[in-house]
Structure formats: C-alpha cells, structure tokens
Design a protein around this ligand. Structure first.
Ligand code: UDP
Length: 250
C-alpha cells in the first residue's frame, strides 16, 4: 500500500486483539465535529478525527464558474479536496495532484446522489475541503465535514452522508485505519453510506481481501458510518439549538 518505503513493518495487532493505538478492531478513533466553524462561508464544518484535522466550506447555490459547466436542469456540484503542504510530516508538494483530483471527483459524485440538485438549475454548489493535518482516512473525514457543511448551508439533501474506511490489518478486518495501518496493512476500503436507504455512494478499495472478508468489512463499515451519522446529527443539533444571545455572540 502507499508510502511503505523501506521502513520495517510495526506490530499492527497484538495477540489480545489490540491495535497500534490500543483500539479494538471495531473501534473508531475519537471524532469531534463542529458545524458552522467559519463565518464567511454559506455553510462550514470542522472535523477532528484521530489526528486528522479537516475544514470544509460550502458556497451556493451560486453562479457557475467556469460557465461551460452550467447545467440547465440541475445544479452542478463542484468539489475541491486539498491537502495543505504542512498536513503531513514529509512536506507535501502544494497544489492539485492526481490523488486530490480523484478524491475531489469521487466526493462530488457521492454528493450528487444525495443533493436535490434539480431544485437549483443553472447554479453551482461549491464544496471546499482543506486537510490541515492528515493521518489516513482524510477523504472520509473530508466527506463528513463537507456533508455537515452542506446541511449548515441549508442545501436540501436526501440525508447526511457519513463515511469511514475499513481495512485488513494483521490478517484481521478492522474499522477506521490510522496512518501506520493504512501504510502497512493489507487493504484499505473507504465508503460512504446513505443511512436511510443503506445505499453506498462511495466505495473504493486498495489492497486485497477475500469475498468473505469483504462482506465482513462492509458490515463493519456500515456500522461505523451509522455511529458517525449520530455524531454528525449531534453537531448540527448543537449548532442550531443555541439561544439567540449565544448565536449573536458567535
Ligand atoms: N499521505 C501523505 N502524503 C500524500 C498523500 C497521503 O503523507 O501525498 C498520507 C496521509 O496521512 C493520508 C494517508 O497517507 O491520510 C493515506 O492516504 P490515502 O491516499 O489512502 O487517502 P486517505 O486515507 O487520507 O483518504
């Protein structure tokens, strides 16, 4: 898997089933979601997920730039996922590389299947995801932040879009890989779920697992998404149940 280099593989799973950071196989890293983190965006959210720190901002529906992307029957959803140069320990070259373009595309497509885009023809809904600190699972953290930001912007959607990566580490199926598990594990499988319908709108896989393992990985990921979903709803509830005085002071 990515970034393996020549480093020696660390022990990823102890005999008593603990992972490199002490978590159990089905345990998420700590997740904190703040809805409405930015003043100037139409909607925003900040997500801290393990050692990931991700900001999302949403603008729109607004005029389409570049103009030729405009669609007469629906809004176009444009997404830009970007990793800051300081987000990883070895300085990342700034700017849009192929990985960022791919992630931007799959996230935009995931939102395309939940946003009621037909309600806003000839407009653009612009989603910006900035990864400030990365520790694996940033596309999922970005998706979660962007989904809460879309809700914060008042964009009508079928549902929120929780996401999580599952994978295979030390021969076992585990939830929510951190950096060492992503680098040295056998498989990484990010997914995003529409909770109400159970439909997966993002599913990617790097590495190898058997059909039986894939089934278990999907079950574990769906459960992880449902847990993240509760945290997303709680963040929005917290944002929108402030008293008017507290809101004015923001
Ligand atoms: N990463 C990095 N440099 C890069 C790209 C990725 O150090 O140019 C790290 C970063 O911590 C990222 C992890 O590798 O979160 C896993 O990257 P992957 O492409 O699997 O995407 P992610 O898991 O973040 O969605």
């Amino acid at each position: 898997m990515g970034n393996v280099g020549a480093k020696e593989t660390p022990i990823l799973l102890t005999p008593d089933g603990r992972r490199i950071d002490g978590r159990l196989k089905n345990e998420l890293r700590p997740v904190r979601i703040q809805a409405g983190a930015l003043r100037h965006a139409d909607g925003s959210a900040f997500v801290e997920w393990g050692h990931n720190k991700v900001m999302a901002a949403v603008y729109g529906p607004r005029e389409v730039h570049p103009r030729h992307l405009q669609q007469n029957h629906k809004a176009v959803i444009q997404c830009r996922y970007n990793m800051a140069a300081f987000s990883v320990d070895e300085r990342k070259r700034p700017g849009l590389d192929r990985r960022s373009q791919e992630i931007s595309k799959v996230i935009a497509e995931a939102f395309d299947s939940v946003v009621f885009a037909e309600e806003f023809p000839r407009t653009s809904i612009d989603v910006y995801i900035e990864v400030l600190q990365a520790n694996a699972g940033t596309r999922c953290a970005g998706l979660v932040a962007a989904s809460v930001a879309l809700a914060d912007a008042g964009i009508p959607m079928v549902d929120l879009l929780p996401a999580v990566a599952v994978g295979k580490v030390g021969g076992e199926i585990v939830l929510d890989l951190k950096k060492e598990e992503d680098n040295f594990g056998e498989a990484d499988l990010p997914m995003a779920l529409v909770p109400q319908s159970g439909r997966l709108v993002l599913l990617q896989m790097e590495g190898h697992m058997t059909e039986e393992e894939l089934g278990r990985a999907l079950d574990l990921g769906v459960q992880g998404c449902r847990d993240i979903y509760e945290k997303m709803k709680a963040a929005l509830r917290e944002r929108y149940t402030l008293t008017p005085i507290a809101e004015a002071a923001r």
